[in-house]
Design a protein around this ligand. Structure first.
Ligand code: ARG
Length: 595
């Protein structure tokens, strides 16, 4: 379905043309209509008469008057007013708006058009490091990535989400050393052992979570220990059997826990690949870069220059191998690009990381392009997000200043939500827990996603969990309000079947506002996808929920006596509910049945 503003603009354009005012300078179309920036005066506006005045050597108000004249009796506008010095103030016809919404109800995805050329997109998000607990810094990558994945999928693209685990670096050597410290007798450390290794991991997840921080702290204080951890990393990477077997255990135990934690935020990955998966590709890639004349040795290290003439900031070369031949973060990312091109051949790769990695991704992308690891058409896009801060404006910490674990953050939000749900509600503890868990996810996700990704935001538990204001719980509350009216209607014997419910033109202003807001769905979703911007979905549903609640307070719905009118109101409620639910689904959360 065409977007409402397109339909309106086309009507306007045809009138401009019929009146002899075709294109203005540089081919700009005079009939372009936008949302009004003075909603007190009109709903839409067109400034074409002003834009065309010079070319057509006429006072703008004369052109505007002429256009307004021609649009009297238009099917689309109920009011067209020319105002000095030459603005066209517009109101949409209630009848036309109703027809648009009716089409929207019948269309797939509420009239969102499928892309002419669907893209295959890989999203690299999450980025958890194996054996290290997720912390608050991991929240945004997971939540924003998941939402972008869902938005792009909804919009008709093929999307593959990859968690890209950090599973091959020094932290693995540290865990191995930590295990060795605790139980040196384990067979994994016996070089002469040639038998099968046990199937059972020699640690649980809670032990694993103790091992890494202890070992990491020790390596910082004890250089010799650190050297041993580096050696363990080296042995692992070079295939020492016992170390590989131990690594498998670390992976299994850790990944099971990561799945659970991501799962509690409704974050799901299609691929659980990691840095380790591409290690075998590295020698081939290095050879390729050398053969192509791209990589050369500089101070012992293998590098690729990525500087461009137009650079104003410093752009160091991209390092492919360290002087000791070890690979780096870069190396793995480049090898992963190579693998992704081979296995999936995507049109686009999107990465989500902290915005401080901007220079890093600039180097990696330039290197991938220069060395032709990707085709010229393959788009590489990096989205850098801001920090989650505490009320003091500094990165969010625990009360005693430690790193905030993601699990704790989720748990605290659930607790706070539970407290608020129990307040003034008759609900068993058990039921309240289930409801609170769902609502808490909306609070966390919406609290994050409603901010533009690149900006820092303040984690405000009290505000995020409030049922009022620009929050997830407010959106859910609105959905449940609609659902409860609909079920009352059904209890009173009313039908909810589509064929019984016919929309009528808006009876009042609040209803019209709600209908106009709904009509903007397809345009909003299209731009949220194009701009990879979940915050646009949040802004849209916040306005929609406000428009609905205003309408609800102004309108008697179930008490409406005119049957035709009542059916129309029910149809509008259903559409509002469905649009809200489609939107929260792409944000990554759901509404409970009750709250
Ligand atoms: N594991 C990395 C970290 O904790 C994030 C990975 C981001 N993705 C990537 N392809 N580099 O910083």
């Amino acid at each position: 379905m065409k977007k409402l503003l397109e339909v309106i603009s086309e009507e306007m354009q045809s009138v401009f043309e019929a009146a002899g005012y075709g294109e203005a300078e540089a081919g700009s179309r005079l009939g372009r209509v936008t949302l009004s920036n003075r909603p007190d005066l009109c709903e839409y506006q067109c400034n074409g008469a002003m834009a065309g005045a010079r070319k057509f050597k006429k006072a703008p108000i004369m052109i505007a008057n002429e256009i307004a004249e021609k649009l009297q009796g238009s099917r689309i506008f109920s009011q067209v007013e020319a105002v000095p010095p030459g603005f066209l103030n517009l109101k949409i016809s209630e009848e036309f708006l109703k027809e648009y919404l009716q089409d929207m109800c019948r269309a797939e995805k509420f009239g969102l058009e499928m892309p002419p050329k669907p893209r295959k997109i890989i999203i690299d998000y999450g980025g958890a490091n194996v054996a290290k607990p997720l912390h608050v810094g991991h929240l945004r990558s997971a939540v924003i990535g998941e939402s972008i994945k869902r938005i792009c999928r909804y919009a008709g693209h093929e999307v593959i989400g990859d968690v890209h685990l950090g599973d091959w670096g020094l932290q693995m050597g540290l865990v191995i050393m930590g295990v060795k410290e605790r139980s040196p007798e384990l067979v994994y450390f016996d070089d002469s052992y040639a038998g099968e290794y046990p199937e059972e991991a020699p640690f649980t997840i809670s032990e694993l979570e103790e091992i890494y921080p202890a070992s990491s702290a020790k390596s910082k204080a004890d250089p010799e220990y650190k050297a041993q951890a580096m050696e363990a990393t080296y042995k692992l990477q070079n295939g020492v059997r016992g170390y590989r077997a131990l690594w498998r255990h670390i992976m299994n135990v850790s990944v099971a826990d990561l799945r659970k934690n991501y799962g509690s935020l409704n974050v799901e990955f299609d691929l659980w690949k990691g840095e380790s998966d591409v290690q075998e590709l590295i020698p081939e890639m290095v050879q390729y870069m050398k053969d192509g004349g791209y990589a050369y040795i500089s101070e012992g290290a293998l590098v690729v220059d990525v500087k461009e003439e137009t650079d104003t900031k410093e752009m160091p070369p991209c390092m492919i191998l360290k002087s000791d031949g070890a690979s780096l973060y870069n190396t793995t990312d480049l090898a992963t690009i190579m693998e992704r091109m081979r296995l999936y051949h995507p049109d686009q790769m999107i990465y989500l990381t902290d915005k401080r990695q901007d220079l890093y991704f600039e180097q990696v992308f330039r290197c991938a392009r220069k060395t032709k690891l990707v085709e010229p058409e393959t788009e590489l896009k990096w989205i850098g997000f801001g920090t989650v801060n505490g009320k003091d404006g500094k990165p969010f910490k625990t009360r005693d200043g430690g790193v905030m674990r993601l699990e704790t953050l989720i748990q605290d939000t659930k607790e706070e939500m539970f407290r608020k749900i129990k307040e003034g509600r008759e609900m068993s503890d058990e039921e309240a827990r289930t409801v609170a868990d769902m609502v808490a996810v909306s609070a966390l996700l919406y609290g994050d996603l409603s901010n533009q990704a690149s900006k820092d935001y303040i984690f405000d538990l009290d505000r995020f969990t409030s049922f009022e204001g620009d929050t997830g719980p407010y959106i859910l509350y609105t959905i449940l309000r609609i659902k409860s009216i609909l079920s009352k209607h059904a209890e009173q014997g009313g039908s909810l079947a589509e064929e019984d419910l016919v929309l009528q033109a808006a009876a009042g202003d609040a209803q019209k506002q709600l209908m106009m807001q709904l009509a903007g769905f397809n345009a909003m979703m299209e731009s949220a996808c194009e701009e990879t911007a979940p915050h646009k979905v949040c802004a849209f549903i916040y306005d929609l929920a406000n428009a609905f609640n205003h309408f609800y307070h102004e309108t008697k719905i179930l008490a409406e006596e005119d049957e035709k009118q009542k059916k129309s109101l029910i149809a509008l409620l259903i559409l509002t509910r469905d649009v809200l639910e489609a939107c929260i689904d792409v944000l990554g959360f759901q509404a409970p049945d009750k709250m």
